[in-house]
Write a protein that binds this ligand. Sequence first.
Ligand code: ADP
Length: 165
Amino acid sequence: MKRAIYPGSFDPVTFGHLDIIRRAATIFDGLVVGVACNAAKEPLFSIDERVAMLKQCVLDVPTIEVVEIEGLLVDFCRAMDCHTIIRGLRAISDFEYEFQMALMNRRLAPDLETVFLTPQEAHTFLSSRLVKEVAHFGGDVSSFVPGHVIDALREKFHMPAGQQS
Ligand code: ADP
């Protein structure tokens, strides 16, 4: 049974993340989507909110589970019986950070492999940070995130339901 983990902040989940999740789910028997509390980032959504939003996105795929990552990723992978780490690569700008992290994780756990997947072109410019920026200023994010995430963004930014987020 091949199980992989896709770790990230998912603050909030976007169609780019979902593209990677769907691709990974077709390759592996089981996929754990691990929501991290990244110490370097101040999140808009709490861990519980991010987990709940992701869960709602993958209700139709029984081989995917969404959980909060506890402790060091490589230890968590072992605890979850995952042998592969999935990361998304959008552009060259992602590469340096992703490469560093993959090599660090390999040093910490040589038996774990990092696999990079790329989303469809339409999602290569998409990031949670940009979605939050657009939503914050009242822009339309409906082509970037699912409906329930739009609702959650509206609530965070105190926007009325009728208004485009
Ligand atoms: P992190 O804080 O771990 O970078 P993110 O939620 O920003 O968490 O991203 C998680 C992973 O998903 C990273 O590998 C990132 O490069 C990837 N990713 C983010 N947005 C996209 C996208 N639009 N298309 C493909 N991969 C993406």
